[in-house]
Design a protein around this ligand. Structure first.
Ligand SMILES: Cc1cc2nc3c(=O)[nH]c(=O)nc-3n(C[C@H](O)[C@H](O)[C@H](O)COP(=O)(O)OP(=O)(O)OC[C@H]3O[C@@H](n4cnc5c(N)ncnc54)[C@H](O)[C@@H]3O)c2cc1C
Length: 500
């Protein structure tokens, strides 16, 4: 039986990101992916929001995405665009880039790291005991791993086989999304709202100029059409698409030669536990919701970045298994909040006059700067704060990408995170703390920073003298050196001190 420290079921955005995180920490990791290649038919996510771009920047790969996408103000709630150009981040925008490109670029990065791929195969079952997990693949091969990560999407086999409950709400609406050729062109591209809901037609290829979508002159057409009734779980056909188009537009525009047709709904569910002993869940495997607001890929990638370094430390023997409990504790509330937001979103786009009035009222509220900032920070993922106890406002929040000055020259904070290693950043007088017992894991950087400290949706904070930054970019401790609490924080997050 082939052995790996970690086997990841599913090589979508979440599985790829998690594999990258584990490989950076030197963990022997393998991805089992059903698709024979990374090609993704159809369109799903349309881009990246600010915090996801930051997370990729923390690993030094954001430019690969930025060079292929289009920078745009795309954070929105309830149809109201939430401009974040004044936010204190190096990336005060979203990036328009189809998921197929996001996955291709991510897979390119992961391919440069030591990750084994088993493509064109599925995980069909597993059995776990105290020492590991036996993973069965569809071609009869068996893998042995210390941990199995289910990043296998909303219908996750790993979640079901682990017996993890998936409570939530059944769908209230369903839509077909397709890429097809049209024999006849519609009078205009764009969105349409009617008694059934929202629909859209447009060329798959487009550019954003002055904030407006300019569709290409030729090429396949992307269709999104809300169905009259909630469709069955089976795969939709061209006939289903034609019928749905005729119900809305009075014609199917001669739709033919589909490249992809799929159905999505507003089913809203969340795994009751993100971990069962040696099995973890992340991404759509852990939470499903409507695509409104463009959040699923973001939260999946960020789940992966939250758990990756923790799992690596447990596998590498630096931290006890209990560190993994913080994954559920931190990410389940983030997922629960997203479920609530997307349910509100769906409720607010119902096409009846009273909901329309409510939508207009909410839109008016969002015009106020305070609510704009609050909702924009939520939709761009910049306001996340993990509950790490009382203290400085930075505690549990993302570390800003400050321009530091060090003895070796200028240095960005995010550059320090490229290898996914923790950082103790000392902005006070050098010395005062002996890092030696953790020096094999934690980088101590003496630096100066002249500038303001400002957090999105929070505002200015007092400049700390020292911060302990986790590999995922969140602040684990704030204080001044020397400080007794620091040794405890280092032990909690990065394991006990090494013997001299
Ligand atoms: C219409 C639509 C629009 C969307 N728009 C946005 C958006 O604008 N922004 C956004 O952030 N999100 C959006 N999303 C959501 C986003 O697409 C998902 O949240 C994201 O793909 C989740 O990534 P994942 O890796 O967790 O799961 P998936 O992308 O589903 O990947 C799971 C992978 O596991 C593989 N797999 C499944 N079962 C097995 C198995 N048993 N063994 C091996 N491999 C397996 C699959 O082949 C797949 O590659 C949208 C979704 C839809 C449907």
């Amino acid at each position: 039986m082939t052995e790996h420290a970690v086997v990841i079921a599913g090589g979508g955005p979440t599985g790829l990101m998690m594999a990258g995180e584990l490989a950076l920490a030197g963990v022997d990791v393998a991805i089992v992916e059903r698709r024979a290649s990374q090609d993704l038919p159809g369109s799903r996510a349309g881009g990246l929001h600010s915090r996801t771009i930051e997370v990729l920047d923390q690993r030094g790969v954001a430019d690969r995405f930025l060079s292929e996408g289009q920078v745009v103000q795309a954070a929105q709630f309830c149809g109201v665009r939430l401009d974040i150009s004044d936010f204190p981040t190096r990336h005060p925008y979203s990036l328009g880039l189809w998921q197929k490109h996001i996955e291709r670029i991510l897979a390119g990065w992961v391919g440069e790291l030591a990750v084994t791929f088993y493509r064109g195969r599925e995980v069909t079952g597993f059995a776990q005991n105290e020492t590991g997990v036996d993973v069965e693949l569809s071609d009869g091969q068996r893998l042995r791993a210390e941990y199995l990560a289910g990043c296998d999407g909303g219908r996750s086999l790993v979640r079901k086989a682990a017996g993890i409950e998936f409570p939530g709400w059944d769908p209230t609406t369903s839509s077909l999304i397709a890429q097809v050729e049209l024999a006849e062109l519609p009078p205009e591209w764009g969105m349409r709202q009617d008694a059934l809901g929202t629909h859209a037609l447009g060329r798959v290829e487009y550019e954003i100029r002055d904030g407006k979508i300019i569709y290409a002159d030729s090429g396949p057409v992307g269709v999104m059409v809300t169905e009259r009734h909630i469709g069955p779980a089976s795969e939709p056909t061209l006939r289903d698409l034609s019928e749905a188009l005729i119900a809305v537009y009075g014609t199917d525009y001669g739709a033919h030669s589909p490249m992809s047709i799929s159905r999505f709904t507003d089913m809203t569910r969340q795994a009751a536990a993100y971990r069962d002993r040696r099995v973890l869940l992340a991404g759509d495997a852990a939470h499903v919701h409507s695509p409104d607001g463009g959040q699923g890929l973001q939260i999946g990638v960020q789940d992966a970045v939250n758990v990756g370094w923790k799992l690596a430390q447990v596998v590498n023997g630096t931290s006890p298994e209990s560190l993994l409990d913080t994954y559920h504790a931190e990410r389940h509330p983030v997922g629960a909040r997203l479920l609530r937001t997307t349910m509100a979103y769906v409720a607010l786009r119902r096409p009846d006059p009273r909901t329309e009035a409510l939508r207009d009222t909410i839109a008016e509220l969002l015009m106020g700067d305070e609510s704009r900032v609050r909702f924009a920070a939520m939709m761009s993922g910049l306001d996340i704060q993990y509950d790490l106890g009382e203290g400085h406002p930075l505690l549990g929040r993302r570390m800003p990408d400050l321009d530091l000055v060090t003895a070796d020259g200028p240095l960005r904070v995010f550059t320090l995170l490229h290898d996914a290693r923790p950082v103790l950043l000392n902005l006070g007088e050098p010395g005062g703390f002996d890092i030696t017992p953790w020096a094999d894991r934690v980088q101590l950087i003496d630096a100066k920073y002249v500038g303001t400290w400002e957090l999105p949706a929070f505002g200015a904070v007092t400049a700390p003298t020292a911060v302990l930054i986790r590999p995922d970019g969140y602040v684990a401790w704030v204080g001044a050196l020397p400080q007794p609490g620091l040794a405890d924080a280092l032990t909690t997050w990065f394991g006990p001190p090494s013997a001299a």
